[in-house]
Design a protein around this ligand. Structure first.
Ligand code: FES
Length: 183
């Protein structure tokens, strides 16, 4: 019996220490989450206060060098519309605008996309993935679909550019064959 006393005493101390440690870790984790949430909220507030600075808006839809990608998230009903303005010779994205009807993470994802896309070629833009945005914004798992919405809109905008380019090539081909025919 005397031999078991230190064990009991040891367990008696170890248990509260483990409890305090796990409580401290949980508190630290929740403080970290609070900090992240605060940073995200600040970023979203800044977008709402200075929309033009963050690329909120749209381009002239009749401009032949403008393409659009619009996506909705079935899970929550939020919508993102992304406009890209391209240089047709170099296929470089010269400017980006968006309109997002959605949560803070979707708005933050949209502004991040503006910065990530400007100056990139279409081929480079294809390499940007939703996880790049989610990682940069440190989105929690429950918010991952918000960055997927952003990735889907860029995919749609790229498809729109490819369709327009095909159309342009087709028209050029048609008009040059007309000229050949006229000669
Ligand atoms: Fe809908 Fe974030 S909750 S996009």
């Amino acid at each position: 019996e005397t031999g078991s006393a230190p064990d009991i005493a040891g367990k008696g101390i170890a248990y509260p220490i483990a409890t305090i440690l796990s409580f401290a870790m949980a508190l630290r984790y929740s403080l970290d989450l609070d900090k992240e949430a605060e940073a995200l909220e600040k970023a979203v507030q800044d977008v709402l206060n200075n929309p033009a600075k963050h690329g909120v808006g749209r381009f002239d839809p009749n401009d032949p060098n403008v393409v659009t990608g619009m996506t909705g998230a079935p899970a929550c009903g939020d919508v993102m519309k992304l406009d890209l303005k391209l240089n047709p010779d170099t296929e470089v994205i010269e400017d980006v605008k968006f309109k997002t009807y959605g949560c803070g993470s979707a708005i933050a994802s949209s502004t991040m996309f503006v910065d990530m896309l400007k100056g990139k070629t279409i081929e480079e833009a294809k390499l940007i993935k939703d996880r790049d945005i989610a990682e940069a914004l440190q989105l929690p798992p429950i918010k991952l679909h918000c960055s997927v919405l952003a990735e889907d809109s860029i995919k749609k905008a790229i498809e729109n550019w490819e369709e327009k380019s095909e159309h342009r090539k087709h028209n050029q081909y048609d008009s040059s064959s007309d000229e050949v025919g006229q000669d």
